[in-house]
Design a protein around this ligand. Structure first.
Ligand SMILES: [Zn+2]
Length: 415
């Protein structure tokens, strides 16, 4: 069971690392270890789009450095996530001066937020990758959620055009996965660097634990990118699309349609009397996602619908009892006592696990909340969540359920 560190879901999701650097076109190189980096050679030095995770950056840089020994002149961080804005140091030559670092003006507020909420972010990140917060904090003690070593030196608002050593870089802002997102187009090379607007799998504006994401603007941006009709696409994760303008059109257009369909269905459901959220998510059908770049291996449509609901509504689920709920253990104890004990609930949850896993997990939660110290309940609930994790096909669901199994084994219902 993947319950610590980077789980198999992550490995499956994105081509983990490429066989070697890809020369996208003359003087433009792309490589990915989990997240991607694009390097443009110019007469003034390298322009990098993104820098990878701090831990992966040495391998990323070493690979890019097999192609070019130019000093880094300018870097664009497409957004302030750990896997994009924290690896610059590894790319710098020993005797070079600090490069310019370009980012959207919302990025500094993100790093302030990371520092203010680092304990929370460590916990939710641990769960997203299938573990518990306790395992995560067993590390070296320094939070990953902080300002990067090389923060932005130039922040822009809507768009910024850079002329560097004979090449033009059109840096544009739009909201999508984050509110500080940039993407870059180099017309001379006809290369589009999408950041996480395209990650080779279905877009991920549904992350259950993260701040607001923006599927509408995401779709608009994909259409704006498609209008440039680029020949080459360097994504935020996975393999680049080289010299395939038709495929790029198809990827960007169908990804926009996917998002638009979920948003439209969710807003229709909201407009129909604003039912409780749990009813809405059962009314939204997953769009057709047969194309490999629409595979829901990271996020899924049900979570994107949730994110749309949050955007247009408040925090209340719409279920009356949840406006001012009883403490979890009080409700769970009451239900367990009605049922004849937490063990009875756990047994019924186990019996339901194959036929209706959603229902089974509700009973499992009540059983564990009613009797967190009961070892047979812990074992049953952990088994149910391991089973559920193994049935899921995407990282978010699989890992959150794997985390639930790890917490259950410790007698801690996510606490
Ligand atoms: Zn990313």
């Amino acid at each position: 069971m993947p319950h610590s560190g980077i789980s198999p879901f992550e490995i499956d999701m994105f081509v983990d690392h490429l066989d070697g650097p890809v020369e996208v076109t003359d003087g433009v190189y792309y490589y990915a270890e989990f997240s991607g980096v694009t390097a443009f050679e110019t007469e003034e030095g390298l322009v990098l789009v993104d820098t990878g995770l701090e831990d992966n950056a040495p391998a990323l840089a070493e690979t890019i450095r097999t192609e070019t020994d130019q000093p880094v002149d300018t870097v664009v961080y497409t957004h302030g996530h750990l896997d994009h804005a924290f690896g610059l140091e590894a790319f710098l030559l020993e005797d070079q001066s600090d490069p310019r670092v370009i980012a959207h003006e919302n990025m500094p507020a993100r790093f302030d937020r990371y520092e203010r909420t680092s304990g929370h972010n460590e916990a939710i990140n641990a769960r997203q990758f299938g573990g518990t917060a306790a395992e995560q904090s067993a590390g070296d003690g320094e939070s990953q959620f902080r300002w990067p070593e090389y923060p932005p030196t130039i922040c822009y608002r809507d768009e910024l055009t850079l002329d560097i050593g004979g090449l033009t870089f059109e840096v544009r802002h739009s909201r999508g996965e984050t509110d500080d997102h940039s993407w870059v187009y180099c017309p001379e090379k006809d290369v589009l660097c999408t950041g996480d607007f395209h990650i080779n799998v279905a877009p991920n504006p549904g992350n259950p634990q993260k701040v607001q994401r923006y599927p509408e603007e995401w779709a608009e941006t994909l259409r704006e990118m498609a209008a440039l009709a680029p020949h080459h696409l360097c994504p935020g994760h996975g393999e680049p699309v080289v010299d395939a303008p038709d495929e790029i059109q198809n990827r960007l257009g169908s990804s926009a349609e996917y998002l638009e369909s979920i948003v439209e269905q969710t807003i229709d459901a909201l407009n129909d009397g604003s039912p409780p959220h749990v009813d809405i998510i059962h009314e939204v059908d997953a769009p057709d996602c047969d194309a490999p770049w629409l595979a829901e291996t990271y996020d899924e449509s049900e979570f994107i619908a949730r994110n749309v609901i949050r955007r247009y509504g408040g925090w209340w689920s719409g279920r009356p009892s949840e406006l001012k709920p009883a403490p979890r253990e009080r409700l769970a104890s009451e239900l367990a006592s009605l049922a004849g004990g937490a063990d009875v609930l756990a047994d019924r949850a186990l019996a339901l696990a194959d036929e209706d896993v959603r229902l089974s997990c509700h009973l499992a939660d009540f059983a564990l909340e009613a009797a967190p110290g009961n070892e047979s309940v812990q074992a049953a609930v952990a088994e149910i969540y391991r089973h559920r994790a193994s049935e899921e096909r995407n990282l978010m669901s699989g890992n959150l359920y794997a985390a639930a199994a790890a917490y259950a084994s410790e007698g801690r219902p996510f606490r």
